[in-house]
Design a protein. Structure first.
Length: 120
């Protein structure tokens, strides 16, 4: 009985170690996690190669969480593509001062009596 449990635990540890050693886990904003090796990078996204050899469809950069994008930024091939999607802390915007100029107004015409206004 004890031998069965030892075998099950050993098998589970081998599976976990295989996943950890083969590729990193990248989380998507939808809650899914992709555990594979990033294969191809471009401006549209990234393609993953899974442990069994098949490749995924291209996953767009906007689908990844911020933590996953930071992981990609450590890769020199992906850094140029990921940089626009990462928040920049040093960005400071200077507010422009708006000067409102009041245009000159015309004087109102002199009021006239109703009958005189109709004839004029």
């Amino acid at each position: 009985m004890r031998c069965k449990w030892v075998t099950v635990v050993w098998f589970a540890l081998c599976l976990c170690a295989g996943n950890v050693l083969h590729g990193a886990a990248y989380s998507l904003s939808s809650g899914e996690v992709i555990t594979a090796e990033p294969f191809d990078f471009n401006a549209s996204g990234v393609v993953f190669r899974y442990p069994d050899g098949h490749t995924s469809a291209r996953v767009g950069w906007t689908n990844f969480t911020e933590a996953a994008l930071k992981d990609f930024s450590e890769n020199p091939k992906a850094k140029t593509f990921v940089a626009p999607f990462l928040p920049q802390d040093e960005e400071v915007r200077v507010k422009k001062e708006i000067n409102v100029k009041i245009p000159p107004r015309l004087d109102r015409p002199t009021p006239r009596w109703a009958f005189g206004a109709l004839v004029a």
